[in-house]
Design a protein around this ligand. Structure first.
Ligand SMILES: NC(=O)c1ccc[n+]([C@@H]2O[C@H](COP(=O)([O-])OP(=O)(O)OC[C@H]3O[C@@H](n4cnc5c(N)ncnc54)[C@H](O)[C@@H]3O)[C@@H](O)[C@H]2O)c1
Length: 438
């Protein structure tokens, strides 16, 4: 099938590459020319396991190409995916201006039937708004249909997730659209949830908000564990064996970040309010999550009551392992607060440092290290923020020799308290008793 993908960011590029892998003829379009040039060379401006290989393979076999010309992309695709961003507005609602702009362009330029598929995460009733827009701008009077096909991939395992999806949700208004999308995804062994566009849009927001709620819930419980000397990991284990609850997303930590959960929780809450409903549950999910940073820093305060001119190490900057994405990454908030208080930071992340440097340029107060050990040189506390595999296998004998003081604040419960105690560290995990040997 001829497919166009408008907006080749994290979601768009995975969609484009994966559909080409399935045998379709795909054009990826983005108005960021620099990004398009990267892709044309078979290089990816973002890090995602296996992406560059798949990109090169499909460019070479002629199934995948890129353009920054939206007219060209519109002409090419019988199915056109909208994968542009839907960021938070200051009031928490989703900014749909990018989606609207693409819908307008499609309506103005389409010369034959197109199935327009919204893959971006959008509030319920967005497809209805898109229909209004295309009816207004449809100069050639062609048949244009809109479907919703939300994306559930996880950054870090995005390609795997595409081909091993738990489900494929399609919100359609006609049998023709349903059949086209089923044909498109032939080869992927996942159940289809076929429904109307409004329902499909709610499925995405409800799923992300639910997952975020699980994280905030266990973090709330972690606070109680800290107050009472209990162990949140055992609590989560004890809860997780119950099949109705499940083990996933019950890891207490420094909170969720990334480009999806924070904005989707806020947008879903706003939709509830717009419809006169009490969605304050989600406001609390968001608040609990935002509180994590302060609680994390409070632990550092227990170890060091003054931050000024102290050397602190940050291990991990990406919002989660396996990606270089730093959108709403907890590490950035921690960096901001510590720099504000006059600390000196030595930071390291296997993938995300180039992105962080754009926001926080290197300075005499901020050093981007070569590896975890370089980051720990002379350190007065190590703050573990992203649980990259590399940090699991740290040689603490070596660390002890190079740090100034043995303090670890673990935002992800990556290390074992007993081991930390045996190694002689003052250790603050999440939702578990601290190890303070002073
Ligand atoms: N990142 C994820 O893990 C993830 C997962 C599921 C769903 N989503 C949703 O998918 C959508 C996209 O997210 P993302 O992370 O890929 O965002 P992104 O910012 O990485 O990508 C968006 C791309 O759209 C391009 N763009 C914007 N306006 C354009 C226009 N008019 N014409 C052409 N290109 C345009 C931008 O240049 C950018 O490359 C969002 O709604 C997001 O919530 C994201």
């Amino acid at each position: 099938m001829r497919v166009s993908v408008i907006g080749v960011g994290y979601v768009g590029i995975i969609t484009a590459v994966s559909l080409a892998e399935l045998g379709h003829n795909v054009v990826g379009m983005d108005d960021n020319k620099e990004k398009v040039e990267y892709y044309k060379r078979g290089e990816s401006p973002i890090y995602e396991e296996g992406l560059e290989e798949a990109l090169k393979r499909n460019i070479n076999n002629g199934r995948l190409s890129f353009t920054s010309d939206i007219k060209e992309a519109i002409e090419h695709g019988e199915i056109i995916f909208i994968c542009v961003g839907t960021p938070s507005r200051p009031d928490g609602k989703a900014d749909l201006s990018y989606v609207e702009r693409v819908a307008r362009e499609i309506a103005k330029n389409a010369k034959d039937y197109k199935l327009i598929v919204e893959k971006s995460t959008v509030p319920v009733k967005t497809s209805q708004q898109i229909i209004k827009t295309i009816n207004l701008y449809n100069k050639h009077g062609v048949e244009l249909e809109v479907a919703s096909n939300p994306e559930f991939l996880r950054e870090g395992t995005a390609l795997y997730d595409f081909f091993n999806a738990d489900r494929i949700v399609i919100g359609v208004s006609s049998k023709k659209a349903e059949n086209m999308l089923k044909e498109l995804y032939k080869g992927i062994d996942a159940p289809f949830v076929v429904t109307d566009p409004n329902t499909a849009e709610i499925i995405k927001h409800a799923s992300n908000s639910f997952l975020a709620m699980k994280i905030s819930y266990i973090n709330m419980v972690a606070d109680l564990c800290e107050a009472t000397g209990a162990d949140v990991e055992k609590v989560a284990e004890g809860m997780g064996y119950d099949k109705r609850i499940g083990k996933d997303f019950l890891r207490a930590g420094i909170g969720y970040g990334g480009s999806c959960f924070p904005k989707d929780v806020r947008a879903f809450s706003q939709i509830g309010k717009e419809n006169g409903l009490d969605f304050s549950l989600l406001d609390n999910v968001d608040r609990i999550n935002r509180d994590r940073i302060e609680r994390f820093i409070t632990k550092l305060k227990k170890a060091h009551w003054v931050f000024k001119d102290k050397i602190f190490t940050l291990w991990g900057l990406a919002f989660k392992p396996g990606t270089d994405d730093i959108r709403e990454a907890p590490a950035l908030k921690v960096m901001e607060k510590l720099l504000e208080e006059g600390a000196i930071l030595r930071v390291y992340d296997p993938r995300a440092m180039d992105n962080v440097k754009k926001k926080f340029p290197p300075s005499e107060k901020l050093y981007y290290a070569k590896d975890p050990y370089d980051a720990a040189e002379g350190s007065e506390a190590i703050l573990l923020i992203t649980e990259w595999e590399e940090f699991k296998n740290i040689n603490f004998e070596k660390i002890k020799k190079i740090v100034m003081t043995n303090v670890i604040i673990d935002g992800r419960n990556l290390y074992d308290s007993e081991r930390m105690k045996a190694e002689g560290f003052i250790y603050y995990p999440v939702g578990k008793p601290e190890v303070d040997i002073r």
